[in-house]
Design a protein around this ligand. Structure first.
Ligand code: PLP
Length: 388
């Protein structure tokens, strides 16, 4: 496969052409899918292809990994079977006794995994307010803290974390900074250029963008010893993606820039329109000038604030659930980052330990007409009022 790596072109161009990948064997402008799970050994007992077994390597991954590494300005990317598999690989590469800082508000399933499993395996996990550099600095234990996990914007309140600020705190103590950048995508933010060491994506979301592939990815700023351990976790634990899904993922990534820019612009318009609605007590969206982290978001995110926002309703949880029940266009479903818009009563899925208010609906803005989406929400709010 021939690709034009780290070219002068923009992210939009590189994504659209998947770095200009051309299949060396056929000249195909779409890379081939390689279903093989095992590779031929040379007669002299060598593996000159460099590939032995499918759990360690599959050439189908390479174009998507190369494109993502390029978009994030990292040295290398690895695909995983899901976003959770990618995130967990980072923590599994640590050692018992290592201390980890993670955000109080973050993707709930990873928070649960950290508190329930990672701690049983000997990691010391502390949840901190990532919006406060002072809080992070206070909790950092020189010599013992090995990793700071950031999610920005963070699910589902969409607070933005100062990645450069945290990286500056971490660097003197050799603390690894990893960022779940699923919602920002490399189109809006490149954490590695801000000093982070590793970027994580649930590629199930924007990177693929069509609600039909489960995938995850990690990108590293440099191929160091820790990265070698992460790569080994993938190889040995087997959290690998199917080659067909890797091919679908690359197809999705070709339209990433278009989809992300459209969803972000649409989300901003929806946030502006809904913030003045009499039934809405708060719109959580970093693109609003009234958001507490708007200045930081404007500095750290380029070209938009993402396609995710949340609404809180004055009349409480029952009313929020009724609004979701009356939408016709917005699909009631979990997940995010796809072409179709999704709406979800988040507290219902996160359970009793959640820091999420129960009057909150999470909205993933797709690529439908903004006008249609807004009218559908207005109608649903009216119907929820009538049904009270
Ligand atoms: N990180 C974020 C921000 C997410 O929203 C999700 C899934 O919703 C994940 C990680 C986990 O990804 P996956 O569902 O692909 O395992």
């Amino acid at each position: 496969m021939t690709t034009a790596k780290r070219s002068k072109y923009s992210s939009d161009t590189k994504a659209a052409q998947a770095l200009g990948a051309v299949d060396d064997a056929t000249g195909g402008v779409v890379p081939a899918i390689h279903p093989a799970t095992t590779y031929y050994r040379d007669a002299d007992n060598q593996y000159r292809s460099g590939r032995v077994y499918g759990r360690a390597d599959n050439p189908t991954y390479l174009p998507a990994e190369a494109l993502l590494a390029d978009l994030e300005e990292g040295e290398e990317a690895l695909l995983f079977a899901s976003g959770m598999a990618a995130a967990v690989a980072v923590f599994q590469a640590l050692r018992p006794g290592d201390h980890v800082l993670a955000p109080k508000v973050m993707y709930w399933a990873l928070r649960q995994w950290l508190l329930q499993f990672a701690t049983e395996w000997g990691l010391e996990v502390e949840l901190v307010d990532m919006s406060s550099l002072q809080d992070v600095e206070r909790q950092l234990r020189p010599g013992q803290t090995k990793l700071i996990w950031i999610e920005s914007p963070a699910n589902p309140l969409w607070g933005v974390t100062d990645i450069a600020g945290i990286a500056a705190l971490a660097k003197p103590f050799n603390v690894i900074v990893a960022v779940d950048s699923t919602v920002a995508t490399p189109i809006l933010c490149q954490p590695l250029t801000l000093g982070a060491d590793i970027v994580m994506h649930s590629a199930t979301k924007y990177l693929n963008g069509h609600s039909d592939v489960m995938a995850g990815a990690l990108v590293t700023r440099k191929k160091d010893e820790f990265w070698a351990r992460v790569r080994n976790v993938r190889k040995q634990s087997g959290a690998v993606l199917s080659p067909f899904d890797a091919s679908q993922l690359l197809r999705g990534m070709r339209t990433l820039a278009l989809r992300v820019r459209y969803s972000s612009a649409s989300a901003l318009q929806l946030a502006e329109a809904l913030k003045d609605h009499t039934e809405v007590s708060q719109v959580l969206y970093p693109g609003l000038s009234s958001a507490p982290d708007h200045a930081l978001a404007s500095e750290q995110m380029k070209g938009g604030f993402g396609g995710m926002l949340s609404l809180r309703f004055r009349r409480g949880a029952g009313f929020a659930i009724a609004v979701a029940a009356h939408t016709k266009l917005w699909k009631r479903a979990t997940s995010l980052g796809a072409v179709e818009s999704l709406i979800e009563h988040r507290a219902s899925i996160e359970g009793p330990d959640t820091p999420v208010p129960d009057d909150l609906l999470r909205l993933s803005v797709g690529i439908e007409s903004t006008h249609d989406l807004l009218e559908d929400l207005y109608a649903a709010i009216d119907q929820a009022k009538q049904s009270q």
